[in-house]
Design a binder for this molecule. Structure first.
Ligand code: SAH
Length: 217
């Protein structure tokens, strides 16, 4: 049986929860209000779309908890001129949020099924500044150039040097760092003139980043 559609009350509680948990950037809150999360979850989960919880999507992956999406987005400190790289498209929800706050978003996903679905939903929502690419975040094509902001949404044991090298001076990267299938810590790295300034934020739990494009669909 299909679960019910989210109600206006669900959406109100969703916003309230984000504010109560400390999200204060108005542009981030507006983006979270404007992107319909129910379009990014499976039809069975539609009625739970505005709960503050991660949900399963295809290929054994997850759409992140809304609070974490908002928190990571806030920590990225986006400007409308920014070019952003996301690693781990998943459902495309985080990419849709980023698309409201930045000039261009490039998002890489290692599962073709997820990349194709995300592309469709993002098109339906007219997020025309998002480019969904089937690719490996451990091997970002040189042709994609450098970025003002990078967000990794799958857990990495450590942040690859090559990825840090893709940050523009003054750029910010945020990534869950730690072992697969255990708690990780959200790390924020700022590229300054002197080097990389690294800060640990909060404990999180993400699915692991895996090497290479998936062989299965
Ligand atoms: N940001 C997503 C949720 C991410 S779940 C959303 O908003 O729905 C993590 C995603 O990272 C999964 O879809 C997984 O397949 C992908 N992933 C894992 N390792 C990767 C890699 N090396 N390159 C690209 N994507 C990867």
């Amino acid at each position: 049986m299909q679960s019910p559609q989210p109600t206006p009350h669900d959406k109100m509680m969703f916003q309230l929860n984000l504010r109560q948990r400390g999200i204060s950037d108005q542009a981030v809150l507006k983006a979270m209000e404007d992107v319909p999360r129910e379009l990014f979850v499976t039809s069975l989960d539609r009625g739970y779309a505005y709960r503050d919880t991660p949900l399963g999507i295809a290929c054994g992956q997850t759409i992140s908890q809304p609070f974490i999406v908002a928190y990571m987005t806030e920590q990225l400190d986006l400007q409308p001129s920014h070019r952003v790289l996301e690693i781990g498209t998943g459902s495309g929800y985080q990419a849709a949020i980023l698309s409201k706050l930045a000039r261009d978003v490039v998002t890489l996903e290692r599962f073709r099924t997820l990349a194709d679905r995300a592309r469709l939903v993002l098109k339906e929502l007219k997020c025309s500044n998002v480019d969904v690419i089937l690719g490996d975040g451990f091997d970002v094509p040189d042709t994609l150039g450098t970025f003002d902001r990078i967000m990794v949404t799958a857990a990495m044991e450590e942040i690859p040097e090559a990825l840090l090298g893709r940050l523009e001076p003054g750029g910010v990267l945020i990534a869950p760092v730690g072992p697969a299938d255990d708690k990780q810590v959200l790390v924020r790295v700022v590229r300054t003139a002197e080097g990389f300034y690294r800060q640990e934020l909060v404990a999180v739990r993400f699915v692991p980043a895996l090497l290479g494009i998936a062989r299965e669909l």
